[in-house]
Design a protein around this ligand. Structure first.
Ligand code: ATP
Ligand code: MG
Ligand code: MG
Length: 350
């Protein structure tokens, strides 16, 4: 049987590994950390740094195809891996999703709506961005941000000054504040044959910058639902993408505004484990392994709730609740803000 290499040993890598196993694949995790969620379930764990080219080559040498659970793969590591084995999704998707400025430019060049944005590296850029885009706004680091980290809300010129100082010289992007009614995401997949399949959009609620719940169905009109799925397909096709992608959207009276894309399985797609015959993890494995895409039809209404930090205290009660399936990531230490697991609750039959 074939072996799938996965870069990153967190919960997404763990669930990808389980899905791969179910289809008869072996998995090898590449992850610098030791006791990581994916290493508990994978067939092999290569524990090394992304700067260790020998380890990268060793990893590539024992797998047939390489995928990843996070988008910040260092370019030099990617160069080494790509020479040895196919990396799916490929570097086009990584390039645009690693840098919020390239990402927003790519999306608006596709004709999709984004928040108004401008690159901000210094006080002059900041003054121009404020004059052009206005306040309120959000200043974000161009790279490495997640769970709302590296972001500052700007309500006044004083905030702007402080936010720029806090960036400590990191390149940033200034985004006009989007007045959305709610947030949704589309989990979309494309395989090597070019088939595209999108899951029903989910409605996302964030708390303190971290995803709290995803509910399906989302509150969307039929026209909005069609728009969401078509724009996601447009993004995947334009990148000749292979794998699963998460596309985050703001719902506004003027239409759907694309916030960001994630070239991987996505937290807001965890509901598919309870709502669909083929969940996002198996769908991703199918795509990168050259299989046909599976049936992504939604067969149930589901609420996915992240178990963050002390939410773990609720596990005994959730374990007794009807319609609830638990997914715990096996992380040794509970920390505030740390994603420890999630619960999928089937609300009704779809
Ligand atoms: P993730 O964990 O989803 O990767 P992230 O750190 O990459 O998050 P974003 O998704 O860009 O950050 O922003 C986090 C949240 O902040 C969004 O889900 C949304 O609620 C809010 N937000 C971000 N950008 C804007 C904007 N331009 N206007 C209004 N709200 C925004
Ligand atoms: Mg993000
Ligand atoms: Mg986001």
């Amino acid at each position: 049987g074939a072996t799938i290499g996965i870069l990153g040993g967190g919960q997404l890598g763990r669930m990808l590994s389980v899905a791969a196993s179910r289809l008869g694949f072996k998995t090898v995790i590449f992850e610098p950390g030791g006791d990581c969620p994916a290493s508990h379930v994978a067939h092999q764990h290569i524990q090394a740094d992304y700067t260790d080219e020998d380890a990268l080559r060793r990893f590539a040498g024992i797998v047939d195809v390489i995928t990843y659970e996070f988008e910040n793969i260092p370019t030099a590591a990617l160069d080494v891996l790509e020479r040895a084995r196919p990396v799916r999704p490929d570097r086009r998707a990584l390039k645009v999703s690693q840098d919020r400025l390239l990402e927003k430019s790519f999306l608006s060049d596709l004709g999709l709506m984004t928040a108004p944005f401008a690159a901000v590296d210094d006080p002059e850029d900041m003054a121009e961005a404020i004059a052009e885009i206005g306040i309120p706004a959000i200043l974000k680091t161009r790279r490495f941000g997640y769970d709302g980290k590296g972001q500052a809300r700007i309500m006044s010129p004083t905030d702007a000054e402080q936010a720029l100082a806090d960036m400590a010289g990191q390149p940033a992007i200034y985004e006009g504040f989007v007045e959305f009614s709610h947030e949704v995401s589309v989990i979309a997949a494309r395989n090597q044959a070019g088939d595209v399949a999108c899951y029903d959009p989910g409605e996302n609620v964030h708390e303190g910058g971290i995803l709290r719940t995803t509910t399906v169905p989302a509150r969307l009109t039929a026209a909005q639902r069609t728009d969401a799925v078509l724009l996601a397909a447009k993004i995947l096709n334009s990148l000749k993408y292979v794998g699963v992608m998460g596309v985050e959207l703001f719902v506004t009276p003027k239409g759907l505004i694309v916030n960001e894309i994630a070239p991987r399985v996505h937290n807001s797609g965890h509901w598919t484990q309870a709502g669909c015959a083929i969940d996002q993890f198996e769908q991703h494995i199918r795509a990168v392994a050259g299989w046909p895409l599976g049936d992504g039809t939604r067969y149930a209404d589901v609420v996915m709730e992240n178990l963050i930090g002390d939410d773990m205290d609720r596990v005994p009660a959730l374990a007794r609740a009807s319609g609830v399936s638990l997914h715990l990531y096996g992380k040794a230490e509970v920390k505030p803000g740390r994603k420890m697991g999630h619960a999928n609750k089937i609300v009704s039959k779809g």
